[in-house]
Write a protein of this length. Sequence first.
Length: 490
Amino acid sequence: MVEGPCCILTNNMKNTLVIGSGISGLTMALLLAQRGRKVILVEKLPFIGGYLNRFSRNGFRFDTGLHFTGGFGNVLSDMLEILNLQDVVKPAPIRTNVVLSDCGCDITLPSNGIPALAEALSAYFPKYADCIRKYYEAEQDVIRHTPVFDVKNYRQADFVAQMTEYDALTMQEFLCQNGLDAPELQAILPIMSLCHGTPPVEAPFSYHCRCSCGLDAQVSAIQHGGDAFINGFRREFARHNVQILTATTIERLQFHETQPICTHATLSNGQTFEVDEIYFAIHPSSYLPLLPERFLTPQFKRRTRNLKPTCSFFTIYGWLDNEVRAPNSLTFFLQSSNLNCILTPGHLMTHFSTGMVTSNDKMNGHTTFTAFRTMFPEDAESICGCNGDDYRGNARYLNFKQQFTELILNDVYQVYPHYKGHLHVVEAASPMTCRRFSPPVGSAYGTRQLIGNARTAGRLPVENCHALGHHVQFPGILGCMLGAFQEAMP
Ligand SMILES: Cc1cc2nc3c(=O)[nH]c(=O)nc-3n(C[C@H](O)[C@H](O)[C@H](O)COP(=O)(O)OP(=O)(O)OC[C@H]3O[C@@H](n4cnc5c(N)ncnc54)[C@H](O)[C@@H]3O)c2cc1C
């Protein structure tokens, strides 16, 4: 299906293909088009947006993979300005709580900068005050030494990659070496691991900080959620003549006879394009089979073999009737404070976290409520037995959905007992649903960033092919946009 401005460009420019239209692909397509490239955005599903997509039930609009973000007033605002989306993507305030069920701990996190957060937590845990301040100073130090956060001035050509001490130790090692041994702190300080998906024992400290600093400084909701992004990108694509092909994927590539360069791409709709560059904003297992064996080094193959997915989510969606007033809020409810178990498979019933978001989008007329519980697809499969595509009407799957909807509601009522009788659930989505909307894996944050195991980001062994997105760079809306900026910078 061809969407949008069906322009026939008459010059002889080769095509730049962006494969996958989640936030990574959308950002990349627009950055390239702004520079005058002839861009074709190719999306497998009948609609663009990936996890940015919202859906409607009972007249309410619900977000799937975008509930909150960091970076407003900072790097996100800079990127929105460059993309000319600042008038459509706007922040809304949101209050953030952490509830640790096993430690009996309920804390509100301030949302006015990292120094305020450090002071608030130091006041909660006075015995650890110095160590807590040191932790946040180190986090800010990492950001100061990460040039891409200065998106307005960053130039890839000026950047020389340098290992720092923070790249060589894990988040968990940093906590232990700095005396941060209280179980509550081992959950609260790295709480934003739940927003990138790599457990503290695996994540380099620097990676964790790059993903978490925006959220630690300020969590914001987004007015009209994913709709704001998708509508804004559509407007800009029309201005910059980006061609959108939905319900289409890439089928075959042709290469230069002697050099590792892709010359042509054939799509599932039968069209063949002469290629300038290709950006794959999809899971590596979907495009690596298209690259010729002769170009793939053993190191590259080892790196891609070792990719491990992050968790996915089981999500319930509902609305609150007028008997209950609830401002925008985000609650991290941790049934167990062991983030390492929560973020690795095999702990489905014993270690999990449920994120709970109340949202007041004017267009909904009521407060909507979303709760998402960490879950790995393989753990879900062990209960519902669904490992193919044909599962939706299946009785075992429906039972599984019913069972976990009730379990999540139990968590919700522990935190919000006054919602009982006033929260009306209208939909549930499992890791299998995520897999349909972000094929072929359905992980929430792509692949985990394991210390000592570089991923496949950037230029691939075929010189004019690049890897993008949360499988290979940073996850989350902010992280994926930043990854695209990094790759697009001259
Ligand atoms: C339940 C849930 C809640 C989340 N909440 C938040 C949040 O509040 N804040 C936040 O920042 N992040 C959140 N995330 C994470 C965030 O949504 C993702 O990290 C981010 O959207 C990933 O973007 P992406 O562009 O890399 O991939 P995706 O959004 O997965 O997009 C990939 C696109 O590529 C398409 N595609 C796949 N294969 C092919 C192919 N072979 N050919 C063509 N197209 C293909 C897919 O159909 C899809 O449209 C959440 C995720 C989930 C699942």
